[in-house]
Write a protein that binds this ligand. Structure first.
Ligand code: ATP
Ligand code: MG
Length: 481
């Protein structure tokens, strides 16, 4: 008595995939194994990843992907990469969620020193796993929950928390230098240590990272930054020379001493700050980069090193670096802005006038929550980790937000300005509006919330030279009006 509910094919998921393995093996006439991150994370009890990798002993990738698609009654396309003998199918789960399966026919790869493109031939599963990056990523999960450890080292390394390459480390890293970044990323994600000889091999092979595309490096760097222990990964990148190769601006922070206020040098302080902010991309990047202007601005005084204008210089360096790493423009802007503003909450003192608090609230805009998180982490990563001042600032900022639910804006708009001055449009309107916003923030247009158009016009009349149309520009009407 099958109900219609039972007849509907199940929604694709890792669990359904595992249930489907015996049928799939029968249909394809080949053993099918789940390999890599899914198996590793399952055995570690880490949260399930959104993607699963399959290795097929004696079947091609694209027909296997098609079988799965049909089995689940789905219409998503199978993307086949014939050159590599791989295929991918990505199922939409609703609400933006996806379940992606990558398939590959077991193969071995041979690399030549000049190129990243390997020569590929089909092989056994035991051979296949030797081309993978680390033994903890070579474990296989088959039908009915069978676990296989073809290198004989994967389960032990997983238990001991060790990253070890299946082949000799230098060969593994030289073949695909991104694996060195992956080592740092896995150390940051899982707290694993590197097997003996691995760091040395990374030091020797780090210049080869230049053959890897900037997008692949960027994606690994972001995963590392979002991990529970980014500082661990960042130190590995620094020590191996990988950071100097890919982001020399970050490596330059190492060894730059700071005054009594900060823990360690600029690099270690920055890595710790990144670890202390919540794992959001913009925030972690801003934390890593907040002091990146210090190496270029270091000076000395009787009371120790100085770093005048390091926020502004740092914002420019951050912008250049993140653009080079091809991050989205909006993220680049946000990170650069946070770097530029990062000292403001830290400089807060209880004697600040309300106008100064309003100014910070206005300047931070939508970034205010991130700016405060950054300031808290920056403070906690120092030798004076007290955040009572920031707590007080936050209370005062919340009062400003309550008083100005629409934000701080000029009390008149451009149309009203033109009607008042009887002048055509021109750059003068922008200048007048900016002046009015500044005056509103400073409290010069009357008490909070009591600003009126009349007060705005009066204020502008008293500051004509700052905004009136200038000779030759649009809006200029030929003489002093
Ligand atoms: P995560 O999904 O958390 O990023 P993962 O280990 O699953 O981690 P993937 O990039 O999904 O990483 O790759 C899946 C598997 O493919 C890995 O576990 C590993 O066995 C292999 N692999 C991935 N990238 C490489 C590489 N650059 N060199 C060698 N093997 C790799
Ligand atoms: Mg994966």
């Amino acid at each position: 008595m099958a109900s219609t509910l039972e007849q509907r094919p199940p929604r694709p998921s890792a669990g359904e995939l595992r249930r489907a393995l015996p049928l799939m093996e029968e249909a394809l006439g080949s053993p099918v194994w789940i390999v890599g991150g899914y198996v590793r994370d399952l055995l570690l009890g880490r949260p399930e990843a959104a993607d699963v990798d399959l290795v097929l002993e004696r079947a091609d990738a694209a027909p296997a992907a098609n079988w799965l698609r049909r089995h689940w009654g789905r219409t998503e396309p199978v993307v086949a990469f014939e050159r590599y003998g791989t295929a991918q199918v990505s199922f939409a789960l609703g609400e933006g969620g996806r379940f992606t399966i990558e398939l590959v026919r077991a193969r071995s790869e041979a690399y030549s020193p000049e190129s990243r493109k390997p020569r590929v031939r089909s092989a056994t599963v035991a051979e296949d796993v030797r081309r993978r990056d680390f033994t903890v990523n070579t474990l296989l999960l088959g039908s009915r929950g069978r676990i296989q450890d073809p290198t004989g080292m994967g389960l032990r390394d997983l238990r001991l928390g060790v990253l070890r390459t299946p082949l000799e480390p230098e060969a593994t890293f030289s073949e695909d230098p991104l694996r060195m970044f992956r080592a740092a990323r896995f150390a940051a994600q899982m707290g694993f240590r590197l097997a003996d000889g691995l760091e040395e091999a990374m030091r020797l092979s780090s210049p080869r990272i230049r053959i890897v595309s900037v997008e692949r490096v960027r994606d690994e760097l972001i995963k590392l930054l979002l991990a529970p222990h980014p500082a661990v990964g960042l130190r590995l990148l620094l020590g191996s020379g990988l950071l100097a190769e890919t982001a020399p601006e970050l490596a330059a922070m190492a060894g730059v001493a700071q005054g009594g206020y900060h823990l360690g040098d600029v690099f270690n302080h920055s890595a710790l700050t990144a670890e202390l902010v919540p794992p959001r991309r913009v925030l972690r990047l801003a934390a890593l980069l907040h002091d990146v202007g210090k190496p270029l601005t270091v000076g000395s005084s009787d009371s120790g090193p100085t770093f005048y204008r390091h926020q502004q210089v740092g914002a420019e360096i951050a912008r250049d670096l993140l653009r080079r790493l091809r991050l989205p423009g909006a993220e680049v802007d946000q990170v650069a802005r946070l770097v530029e503003l990062h000292m403001r909450p830290i400089q807060y003192r209880p004697e600040w006038a309300d106008s100064a608090v309003r100014r910070m609230w206005h300047d931070a805009g939508e970034l205010l929550p991130e700016l405060l998180e950054l300031a808290r982490a920056d403070t906690r990563a120092s030798t004076f980790p007290g955040t009572a001042g920031l707590d007080e600032l936050e209370v005062r900022l919340a009062e400003v937000a309550r008083a100005h639910p629409q934000g701080l804006r000029a009390p008149v708009n451009g149309t009203q300005l033109r009607a008042w001055r009887q002048l055509p449009e021109g750059p003068w309107i922008g200048r007048a509006l900016k002046l009015l916003v500044d005056a509103t923030v400073a409290g010069d247009l009357g008490a909070d919330g009591a600003t009126s158009p009349e007060a705005a016009f009066l204020y502008l009349s008293g500051h004509r030279s700052a905004w009136e149309p200038r000779e030759g520009e649009r809006g200029w009407s030929g003489g002093t009006a």
